[in-house]
Design a protein around this ligand. Structure first.
Ligand SMILES: [Fe+2]
Ligand SMILES: [Fe+2]
Length: 172
């Protein structure tokens, strides 16, 4: 535990920060696995572009899990030790892919990112001017999640536009 490092935290209980971070930690592992398995099972048009994006996101979520775990340890907490705890602590849950179509997979993933954006903006609000280090870490993660949402939405729109054009050509 960082003694001097933690003495600069004020106006918020350290346990409260650890609890919020452990919930986010559960989200990151579930998001990591969701992207990992989506990249494996996805089917349909332009799936290679989607696989590249999903694989990159999986790597980012695992990196976020690392950042959050390190901060929990600095604060004197313990990152969740059992995978079962991911399900009892998660904010955003886990959406197992049901249909493997590229558009549905991207829609699930966009929903997940929107949840992550809400969670991290909430933690940033709660720690602002109270725990500068956590605030800084969650702000960096938040910027990544905003970029994730944008990348997925852009890809989703490209694919749906392409499909619409092809349909028009066939019908016209
Ligand atoms: Fe993340
Ligand atoms: Fe993300």
């Amino acid at each position: 535990m960082a003694r001097k490092g933690n003495s600069i935290i004020h106006g918020i209980e350290i346990d409260e920060i650890i609890t919020m971070l452990n919930r986010a930690y559960a989200d990151e592992w579930l998001a990591y696995y969701q992207y990992f398995i989506e990249a494996k099972v996805i089917t349909g048009i332009m799936k290679d572009a989607a696989i590249a994006e999903l694989t990159q996101h999986a790597a980012d979520e695992l990196r976020h899990a690392n950042m959050v775990a390190d901060r929990i340890l600095q604060l004197g907490g313990t990152p969740l030790l059992h995978p079962e705890a991911w399900f009892t602590h998660t904010n955003c849950g886990y959406d197992a892919p049901e249909t493997y179509n590229v558009v549905n997979i991207l829609e699930d993933a966009i929903k997940g990112e929107q949840c992550a954006i809400s969670v991290y903006s909430q933690i940033a609000e709660t720690t602002r001017n109270k725990d500068i280090v956590t605030y800084d870490i969650v702000s960096q993660i938040l910027a990544d999640e905003v970029e994730h949402e944008e990348d997925l939405q852009a890809l989703h729109d490209d694919i749906t536009e392409f499909v619409t054009e092809i349909k028009q050509q066939f019908n016209g």
